[in-house]
Design a protein. Structure first.
Length: 56
């Protein structure tokens, strides 16, 4: 799942298997903690490297 932060502008991605680990923090920016804006879901895309991977 791909997100961007509305506060700091960072792009980041979460693997769906982190849902039970991250809990309520799933989808939140790893830098500032703001709730991320969902962009897309699915397999890796050409712009995948633009998104930092969150690995709780």
């Amino acid at each position: 799942m791909y997100y961007h932060c509305p506060d700091c502008g960072r792009k980041f991605k979460y693997a769906t298997d982190l849902i039970p680990v991250a809990g309520e923090r799933f989808g939140c920016c790893p830098d500032c903690g703001a709730e991320g804006v969902f962009e897309k879901e699915g397999a890796r895309t050409p712009d995948d490297l633009d998104y930092a991977e969150v690995d709780e």
